[in-house]
Design a protein around this ligand. Structure first.
Ligand code: UGY
Ligand code: MN
Length: 252
């Protein structure tokens, strides 16, 4: 039983929501659903979009059994799908894989995509920024369990680079950062890159600008460019979050 099962939604939320021009903290209970053409029996809860100031869009897809995209879609964007719960069939550029929780797909810009199944899926999409003389990567699939955990900076803080790291063909990374209880960043980060963060496991305190925010499983955080950021994992188990980051491009 989770905390959310035993507390009324108003209490569980206790107004943790915060949206500023530089960052946003959004607990799941307040994120209302959208529906989109091309998706059946699917609730789409947008986490962020350019309307918030983000250079990408992120949503949680909640697909009922038998729902999803009855036909492949194509919109010129690059896409990332990560299965949080359930099982999904995801097609990328004509290739289909059945993915359980932790499975993911990268769909190269301008290629077709389709998603069906009974699942909760994080969906990231954005226009691809090409690098002169470097061919973009083709679409591909992966699973969280197959990506090595790399220890960085402090003991107990591990990174998994789902889309690779420092690959100049890519204009974004999606990483899973995991923290043993009590672990933290060794310094406050301030960087040009934006983030979309989805809490997969555990809980902690996030410093954004000058304020600390409590965050739990299912929360979304948007961090705009140059937002000072720092994290302390709290609770008794491992904490992990999925983290979008725009990288490898000079956009000045
Ligand atoms: O890669 C990152 O920028 C990461 N350390 N930031 C974060 O977790 N807020
Ligand atoms: Mn960062």
């Amino acid at each position: 039983m989770t905390r959310r099962d035993v507390l009324p939604p108003g209490i569980a939320g206790h107004n943790r929501t915060m949206v500023t021009p530089h960052y946003a903290v959004m607990p799941p209970e307040g994120i209302l659903e959208s529906r989109l053409p091309g998706f059946e029996k699917t609730k789409i809860r947008f986490h962020t979009s350019p309307a918030m100031g983000a250079n990408f869009a992120q949503a949680l897809l909640e697909i009922e059994d038998g729902g999803g995209t009855p036909a492949p879609l194509m919109d010129g964007l690059e896409h990332f799908f990560f299965v949080v719960e359930g099982e999904a069939e995801i097609a990328a550029d004509g290739q289909t894989r059945r993915l359980d929780a932790g499975g993911y797909a990268y769909v190269a810009a301008g290629k077709s995509y389709a998603v069906t199944g009974a699942a909760k899926i994080i969906w990231v999409k954005r226009p691809y920024v090409a690098a002169p003389g470097i061919a973009p990567r083709a679409s591909f699939f992966g699973h969280r369990h197959d990506v090595p955990k790399v220890n960085k900076h402090t003991r107990g803080r591990n990174w998994q680079a789902l889309l690779g790291e420092a690959d100049m063909a890519m204009d974004m990374e999606v990483n899973i950062l995991s923290f043993e209880p009590g672990n933290y960043f060794p310094f406050v980060e301030t960087h040009i890159m934006q983030h979309g963060l989805y809490m997969l496991e555990g809980q902690g305190l996030y410093l954004l600008g000058r304020e600390w925010h409590e965050c739990w499983v299912g929360d979304f955080i948007w961090m705009g460019a140059y937002v000072p950021q720092q994290f302390y994992a709290t609770g008794w188990g491992e904490t992990a979050y999925l983290l979008y980051k725009d990288v490898n491009r000079d956009v000045t």
